[in-house]
Design a protein around this ligand. Structure first.
Ligand code: A3P
Length: 292
């Protein structure tokens, strides 16, 4: 079943959110002017994008770290392809920070020439699927599919915003050499947040003091982000359905899929993804007790 045109449009083999982007704008990104100092977070939805945005913002903005500035994460690190407020990114001071769900082949040309830095975050697809299912219920700009079984099929067929999880992840991994890229996983961030923060600092060339690192880690935990209106979508209430304000940070765990999927559904996901997943140089973590 095709996704509803009310919510997505297909352009160059990828589903974009309707009303928040246009094909012309997406095409214009090919020649988007990249600065060497730019940093992009690239993800398939529900893989830990906002988490990584928060970490990056905490690393770069002292005012965020010490609580003197009350600027939303989305303002700090805007969405490249969903520039709803039509901001002039060329006027942004360096280093500019962006988030994107673009597949590798639709990113700005210079990014594919190794200019700027990209942090690509993956998460195991069963947790992505379950998180996406819940997210579609609360976000007004996404099509709600209330039957979970149907959603599983939609997800596996890539009939959702951002298309196929597998194509996205394999695409970025198999073209890693075109980019200046750091791969991280949601699960490693969950198991060792401090280690992930240090990896990011190292990759972006930022040296923080022990106290500053400690402050970033503390403010990037699930519990603390949940309380932080700058990070939990509280100010984006206009995009949420019903009384879901602040529910963006849902569970924040590894392995929640086990609470949601039947054995048959889990096997169905394995069956569809398994072969091509083997080509990925990633060891997926399905349970918090799995070894890294
Ligand atoms: P769940 O729905 O499983 O809770 P994205 O930002 O790419 O849309 O990803 C959203 C997922 O990341 C949600 O997963 C959300 O709760 C989780 N998340 C956000 N901040 C987190 C944090 N600090 N720690 C752990 N998970 C976090």
């Amino acid at each position: 079943m095709e996704p509803s045109k009310e919510y997505v449009f297909s352009h160059k083999g990828f589903y974009f959110g309707a009303n928040i982007a246009t094909p012309e704008y997406i095409d214009s990104l090919e020649t988007f002017e990249i600065r060497d100092s730019d940093i992009f977070i690239a993800t398939y939805p529900k893989s830990g994008t906002v988490w990584t945005q928060n970490i990056l913002s905490l690393i770069f903005h002292e005012g965020h770290r010490n609580g003197t500035e009350n600027i939303d994460i989305m303002e700090r690190i805007p969405w490249l392809e969903y520039n709803v407020q039509k901001k002039d990114y060329s006027a942004f001071p360096s280093p500019r920070l962006f988030a994107t769900h673009l597949p590798y082949y639709l990113t700005p040309r210079d990014l594919r020439n190794k200019r700027a830095r990209v942090i690509y975050v993956t998460r195991n697809p069963k947790d992505v699927l379950v998180s996406y299912f819940h997210f579609s219920k609360i976000v007004a700009t996404l099509e709600e599919v209330s039957d979970f079984n149907l959603f599983v099929e939609r997800f596996l067929a890539g009939k959702v915003l951002a298309s196929s999880w597998l194509d996205h992840v394999i695409g970025w991994h198999s073209h890693a050499e075109d980019f200046n890229i750091l791969f991280l996983s949601y699960e490693e961030m969950k198991k060792d947040l401090r280690g992930a923060v240090l990896k990011i600092c190292n990759f972006v060339g930022k040296t923080l003091s022990e106290n500053e690192v400690e402050s970033v880690v503390r403010q990037a935990t699930f519990e603390n982000m949940r309380k932080d209106p700058r990070a939990n979508y509280e100010n984006l209430a206009e995009y949420l359905r019903g009384q879901n304000k602040g529910h963006f940070l849902r569970k924040g765990t590894v392995g929640d899929w086990k609470n949601m999927m039947t054995v048959a559904q889990s096997e169905r996901v394995d069956e569809v993804l398994k072969e091509r997943m083997k080509t990925l140089p990633i060891k997926f973590i399905w349970d918090i007790n799995d070894e890294m």
